[in-house]
Design a protein around this ligand. Structure first.
Ligand code: 3PG
Length: 302
């Protein structure tokens, strides 16, 4: 019997569908000390971002030669040493389309939240306060320039939505201008940094941070930053310094260099809107992800 380990949770309907087809599905999270050993008896593993499949864990897992497939229910595979896995005959798959609309929706929600300080106004109301004057300096999104770093599946939905809201959308990415990215304006990374009122990141994890002190220094005064991509794309210390200096007016973060974040300065900062990596955590995205996982697994082990 094909044995599948699901470590970070998966849509119930997907678990049922797999069981109905005769696969044995175990839903269990294992810490890094146990995971490799446990994986020795599974044919496939399904993870989200919490489980880290590092080389040492995979080395142990592969001692029996049973593991043949890693499925990342989601987009980013930076938590998996996919190079090592593939070099040792383990297929690595993800579900790149299923959550785009949800992550983009969160990024656009962050634009609204920052522009009107919704996150803080909500918090102070729950504290029993009525601080109408404090929130009198909101700004409209229409007419403002949104700079997107990355215009892939998610970035493009953000661009289309922001355009419909009347924002001027400009973008930069590694592959430069492409005709299919019309009507959005392609600019260099440096120009985007200098000229955007809002900056939103839509890139995979890079080798180092894309936004650090030099980039924050070069930004417009009062810029607002959104990150629903990967925490490591921003130097959190430099962001906090820029927030303290008033250079960055506010930032909305769904992702962090360490998750769960233990950055106390960040957690306590009044001008930061925080969510616990929930970009893909919608009913619709998880249903689509579940369906795609079922199709990947049944395609592999039919
Ligand atoms: C992704 O890469 O798919 C998103 O960051 C969501 O990650 P999650 O599945 O751990 O919520």
């Amino acid at each position: 019997m094909i044995r599948i380990l699901v470590t970070d949770g998966m849509e119930k309907s997907a678990v049922s569908a797999l069981r109905q087809r005769g696969y044995e599905v175990t839903e269990q999270f294992y810490g890094p000390d146990e995971l490799g050993k446990q994986l020795q008896d599974f044919d496939a593993v399904v993870v989200r971002s919490a489980t880290k499949l590092t080389q040492p864990i995979l080395e142990t897992a592969l001692e029996t030669g049973r593991l043949k497939l890693i499925v990342r229910g989601g987009v980013g595979i930076d938590n998996i040493d996919s190079g090592y896995a593939r070099a040792h005959g383990v297929e690595v798959r993800n579900t790149p389309n299923a959550s785009s609309a949800s992550v983009a929706g969160l990024a656009v929600g962050f634009l609204f939240s920052l522009s009107r300080s919704l996150y803080d106004a909500n918090k102070t109301m729950h504290e029993g306060k009525w601080e109408k004057k404090k929130y009198a300096k909101g700004i409209e999104l229409a007419g403002k320039t949104l700079g997107l770093i990355g215009l892939g599946r998610i970035g493009k939905i953000v661009a289309q939505t922001a355009s419909a809201l009347g924002m001027k959308v400009q973008y930069t990415n590694k592959t430069g201008h492409k005709p299919e990215n019309e009507p959005f304006r392609y600019v260099s990374f440096d120009e985007l940094i200098r000229t955007s009122d809002f900056i939103s990141l839509h890139m995979p994890k890079a080798d180092g941070p894309l936004l650090g002190k030099a980039q924050f220094d070069a930004m417009k005064d009062g810029v607002m930053i959104v990150n629903t991509a990967r925490g490591a794309l921003i130097d959190e210390g430099a962001l906090l310094d820029a927030l303290d200096a008033g250079k960055v007016a506010s930032a909305a973060l769904d992702v962090f260099t360490e998750e769960p974040t233990k950055n106390e300065r960040l957690i306590a900062h009044p001008n930061v809107c925080l969510t616990p990596h929930i970009g893909a955590s919608t009913v619709e995205a998880q249903e689509r992800i579940g369906e795609e996982i079922v199709s990947i697994l049944t395609g592999k082990f039919n």
